[in-house]
Design a protein around this ligand. Structure first.
Ligand SMILES: [Cu+2]
Length: 495
């Protein structure tokens, strides 16, 4: 039995006494409404809201209270990826929205404000509310207005809230979702860290990582064909300097929701096993879980202890979403090695490539320079170096030397030096198969097409390759790549 589990059982048995006592209190639970713990007691309390990935502190309250929640809808432009911006609609200025924490039996007075310079009307449907529309029916709010409604939180659990104003899918796709935790009367077992993570799928007119401002694409959304699948609304929200943290020997509780609007998440943490998962956000826990399903508009709570230092990667295990659409986060665990459990060696570079650190800075510098019309060869080389590390180095190696008999060298490659610009651009776009002789050695293998790269990414990578390791130099522009992309792929490159 895990330490966490035994702690929980002790806590539960101690606290079941408290619950019974509360039920027997004067003016206690009226008959007939399960979950009602009686009228609110004491002065009204203003809810402390959690800014993701943070969760407000445990309530440690023994009686039901009146809790006032103030939540403001803010429409604003924010980065969705390095050098890419998106106009989000938010609850509280962040995606996901502010984390709300109340106790079962609380009477919640909800104030929804729609900021005056917003363009759209909004409302809120909280899945923890018993009542029509989960509050949506009472909270339609025009820009510059405020709505108020009150509900009693009858069921303990972790619940999604979201905007439900037409077109509902669009409001959700723009980031209008968050979580509300209704603590059981006895509270949750104590842990060292609680974190707030929410998955969402995003639909932009441009490709994944295509630079500049990207508008919402309704057709892609209807086709359920996301450009990005993200934790906490932005690529890199939980990696590099933004990684979640813990120390060896500590316990962690993750509240993970899925805003959708379309995808179901196969939520997994690479290298960890969840001691407990309160699946679907409800009362029962499954133990020793590897991957748990989180439906769109659903949530779960996972508890585990960390024993071995290193980086644990949060992913949607529908794995293209992790590596090609952004659904990745990191829990960084510090502490002494525990070789009896794991021999050691970092997982970062194995799994993450360029996403391991916040190292795409040069890429956004190049994107900005490109937008301003001042892009220099040097900008391209620097951006290309970072992109090469994430895309090409796994085979051709960081120093361009390749691997004998398997991956040909790009460093001082006589084959590369002979190619026209068009031929060179076609290699990453269409891949390469068949026999090729590089520096006197024959290779007969397959390089897969990397057509997911944008025009400027291909241009920057090739400019970097041309200007590195003694190669002949030169410069390739995004326009040149775009022209080659528009041509039909050669029937079989290399034959
Ligand atoms: Cu809305």
């Amino acid at each position: 039995m895990s330490r966490l589990l035994s702690t929980f059982l002790i806590a539960a048995s101690l606290l079941s006494g408290t619950v019974a006592a509360a039920g027997a209190a004067p003016g206690g639970a009226p008959a007939g409404v399960p979950g009602d713990l009686g009228p609110p007691q004491g002065e009204p309390i203003h809810a402390v809201l959690g800014i993701p990935p943070n969760v407000p502190p445990p309530l440690n309250r023994k009686t039901p209270a009146k809790v006032i929640v103030d939540l403001e809808v803010v429409e604003k432009e924010m980065p969705i990826s390095e050098g890419v911006t998106y106009t989000y609609w938010t609850f509280g200025g962040t995606v996901p929205g502010s984390f709300i924490r109340v106790r079962q039996g609380d009477t919640v007075e909800f104030h929804l404000k729609n900021a005056p310079d917003n363009k759209m009307p909004h409302n809120i449907d909280l899945h923890g509310v018993t009542g029509p529309g989960g509050g949506a029916a009472s909270s339609f709010t025009a820009p510059g207005h405020e709505s108020q409604f009150t509900f009693k939180a009858l069921n303990a659990g972790i619940y999604v809230y979201h905007c439900a104003t037409a077109p509902v899918g669009m409001h959700i796709a723009n980031g209008m979702y968050g979580l509300i935790l209704v603590e059981p009367p006895e509270g949750l077992p104590k842990v060292d860290h609680e974190y707030y993570v929410m998955q969402g799928d995003f639909y932009t007119t441009g490709k994944y990582r295509e630079k500049g401002h990207q508008p919402f694409d309704m057709d892609k959304a209807i086709d359920e064909h996301p450009t990005y699948v993200l934790f906490n609304g932005r690529e890199g929200a939980l990696t590099g300097d933004n990684a979640l943290t813990a120390k060896t020997g500590e316990t962690v509780r993750l509240f993970v929701g899925n805003g959708g609007p379309n995808l179901v998440s196969s939520f997994h943490v690479i290298g960890e096993i969840f001691d407990k998962v309160y699946y679907e956000g409800g009362k029962h826990a499954q133990e020793n879980v590897q991957t748990t399903l989180i439906p769109s508009g659903g949530a779960m709570m996972a508890e585990f202890h960390v024993d071995v230092p290193g980086s644990y990667v949060l992913v949607d295990h529908s794995i293209f979403r992790a590596f090609n659409k952004g659904a990745m986060g990191i829990l960084k665990v510090d502490g002494p090695e525990n070789k009896a459990i794991y021999s050691g060696k970092e997982v970062d570079s194995v799994y993450l490539g360029d996403r391991a650190g916040p190292n795409l800075h040069a890429v956004s510098v190049a994107a900005k320079a490109n937008a301003a019309g001042t892009l220099s060869k040097d900008d391209q080389v620097k951006a290309g170096q970072q992109l090469f590390a994430g895309t090409c180095s796994v085979c051709h190696q960081a120093n361009g030397e390749g691997l004998p008999n398997v991956f040909p060298p790009l460093a001082k490659s006589d084959y590369l030096a002979k190619q026209s610009k068009e031929q060179l651009i076609a290699i990453p776009l269409h891949g390469r198969t068949g026999k090729v002789t590089v520096n006197g050695k024959d290779y007969d293998s397959v390089m897969p097409p990397m057509s997911q790269l944008t025009d400027d990414e291909v241009a920057n990578i090739l400019t970097y390759v041309l200007n590195s390791w003694g190669n002949p130099g030169g410069q390739i522009s995004a326009e040149e790549v775009s022209k080659v992309r528009a041509q039909p792929a050669p029937a079989a490159a290399g034959h």
